[in-house]
Design a protein around this ligand. Structure first.
Ligand code: HEC
Length: 95
């Protein structure tokens, strides 16, 4: 019985840790040149539809986490594109 309870708890913890929240961008992930180039392309194609392309130096690394979490859904980026744009921005913001 103890084992069953334990495995239920573990199973639940596993489900929670794999929920949609864990995919949110919380820091750098992609650093390869291809990913950064792809992030730049997505940024240049998706982020100038509603306003001028923002200056990557506008925010520091923390600031872009916040701004991108508001803007990525507006630009309809998927999680991977969101992450690549983030990694591109913090690779050029010099902050
Ligand atoms: C569907 C329209 C839309 C798209 C697409 C869009 N934005 Fe925005 N953005 C807005 C609006 C509206 C505001 C002003 C209101 C606000 O700040 O929420 C704004 C404001 C901003 C600001 C200024 C506010 C701040 O926090 O610095 C930045 C920077 C920004 N957007 C970056 C981006 C980036 C990067 C992308 C691409 C991932 C993007 N936006 C895509 C609509 C959009």
């Amino acid at each position: 019985m103890k084992k069953l309870v334990l495995s239920m708890i573990l199973g639940f913890a596993f489900m929670v840790s794999c929920g949609p929240k864990s995919t949110a961008v919380s820091g750098p992930k992609f650093t390869s040149a291809e990913h950064l180039a792809q992030g730049k392309t997505v940024f240049e194609n998706s982020c100038n539809r509603c306003h001028k392309l923002p200056d990557p130096a506008k925010h520091d690394d923390q600031g872009w986490i916040k701004t991108l979490s508001r803007m990525a859904p507006k630009a309809k980026l998927n999680d991977e594109q969101h992450q690549m744009v983030y990694d591109y921005l913090i690779s050029v913001n010099k902050k």
